[in-house]
Design a binder for this molecule. Structure first.
Ligand code: SAM
Length: 447
């Protein structure tokens, strides 16, 4: 009988991607995925170390799993991902029921590691550096319409708040050929949209011979027949080139959505964060992008309460959010990460002040994103149908190219995976409602 694997994933899209690969690799060894942890032979927890809260969640989950293990000593519990890479000893100490700890470089060896943990019945640790490999095992859920594709690993930006360079190592790009092959494989299984992933995805290719870049990769992925859309994340303003801006305008399958982390609107704080750009430079880039592609929607990440952030610094962030007019903003309270330069900076901001700035910024974000949503009413937009509405099973759901969720009545007329024109009839706080438009109406706007 096949062994059963239960996967628990925390954190970013890259972790989701890694979990898919792990499931794919273990499936090749006859493991079946199960949603029920009680029937699993192996439970793997894919972890995130970006903020303290993310780590707390993992330890509390491991505490729950300990009880399962007490009842079933044969169960193998593994911890993988960023926390595993960074704090292997601590994980073992705080969660002694864990049998296996391995970092991202060891993912390609997961089959062997799990087998050893089951056979040897002693703790196995593997967080060594390893050569970059593109895992070719099919993802476990190959029938998806949308998929992530990691194009590069690691990060060399060294933002002073961030643990990623320590958890995922230096920047290494996958070859364009291996990426295109992966996209072709996904499309053959029915995938219509890919999101190209990297910690600084717009630095893609600078470590490859011959040199290449994200703009060239867009073109190669664009040529994959049957693929409808390309997205990419996360970019750093520092690496944004005129060539990439032109590619966003000219490569047809690249969507009009850009996640461009600002982090702060204050030049002093940006410098202390080591971000490599000023507020003026960021705004210049936004202008250049909007000139090239007026339909572009922006989303961003912002940290409030970075060490030394004053009310004036915070006001500069609020002003920048208003100036850009984002479609979506992720706000984070600064979290002190051991081993990062910012953790040792003076003038750490009080938690109550962080909470207050977080709340105030979210109020501004709601107003700004609401105003952007209002502009969409009455427009006909291209929607990739990817499921049914969460609230009403009778309705279809999909996303616009600018990444908005649209629910509409179209059952029986269109199928999942279709790209159809939808007239936006109502703007709700977190989604749009629409009606299927005729192809003639669609001509007026594809976005
Ligand atoms: N590599 C990307 C970048 O540099 O923009 C994104 C990495 S991270 C997974 C996503 C977001 O988490 C960051 O953009 C940042 O806003 C936030 N973040 C990272 N470290 C943080 C920290 N120590 N405290 C609070 N937020 C943090």
């Amino acid at each position: 009988m096949a062994s059963k694997l239960h996967l628990i994933t925390y954190g970013c899209q890259m972790n989701e991607y890694d979990s898919e690969r792990v499931a794919g690799l273990l499936r090749e060894r006859e493991y079946e995925l199960t949603d029920d942890e009680r029937e699993a032979d192996v439970i793997l927890v894919n972890t995130c170390a970006i903020r303290e809260k993310a780590e707390d969640k993992v330890y509390s989950r491991l505490g729950q799993l300990k009880e399962l293990k007490a009842a079933r000593p044969d169960l193998v519990i593994g911890v993988m991902g960023c926390m595993a890479q960074l704090q292997q000893e601590q994980v073992r100490r705080r969660a002694p029921s864990v049998d296996l700890v391995f970092g991202s470089p060891a993912i390609a060896r997961v089959g062997e590691l799990v087998e050893r943990a089951r056979r040897e019945r002693r703790p196995i640790l593997d967080t060594a550096e390893a050569p970059l490999v593109k895992i070719t095992a099919k993802p476990a859920s190959a029938d998806r319409l949308k998929a992530f594709v990691t194009v590069m690993e690691g990060c060399e930006k060294h933002c002073t708040f961030c643990v990623v360079p320590r958890t995922r190592g230096r920047e290494r790009s996958h070859s364009p050929e291996s990426i295109v092959a992966e996209v072709e494989g996904l499309v053959a299984e029915g995938c219509r949209e890919v999101t190209l992933l990297g910690q600084t995805v717009n630095a893609y290719g600078r470590d490859l011979t011959p040199l290449t870049d994200l703009a060239e990769l867009f073109q190669r992925v664009n040529d994959v027949a049957g693929l409808a859309r390309i997205r990419f994340t996360t970019s750093n303003p520092y690496n944004l080139t005129p060539k990439l801006i032109r590619a966003m305008r000219d490569v047809p399958k690249v969507c009009e959505w850009f996640h461009l982390p600002l982090q702060s609107g204050s030049d002093q704080i940006l410098e202390a964060m080591n971000r490599g750009y000023t507020r003026a430079r960021y705004l210049e880039l936004v202008d250049a992008l909007r000139q090239a592609e007026p339909a572009l929607a922006f989303s961003t990440d912002i940290i409030v309460g970075f060490p030394g952030e004053t009310e004036a610094d915070f006001a500069a962030t609020v002003e920048t959010v208003e100036q850009v007019g984002y479609d979506n903003v992720f706000v984070f309270r600064y979290s002190r990460r051991p081993g990062t330069p910012a953790a040792d900076m003076p003038n750490q901001v009080d938690e109550a002040v962080k909470a207050d700035r977080n709340r105030r910024l979210l109020t501004v974000v709601e107003r700004v994103t609401g105003a952007r949503s209002g502009l969409l009413a009455g427009r006909t937009m291209e929607v990739l149908v990817d499921g049914t509405s969460r609230k009403s099973a009778g309705e279809l759901s999909g996303r616009t190219r600018c990444n908005r969720v649209v629910n509409f009545d179209g059952q029986g007329q269109v199928a999942l995976g279709d790209v159809v024109p939808v007239l936006v009839t109502e703007v709700l706080p977190h989604s749009l409602r629409g009606a299927l438009a005729t192809p003639e109406e669609a001509v007026c706007s594809s976005r």
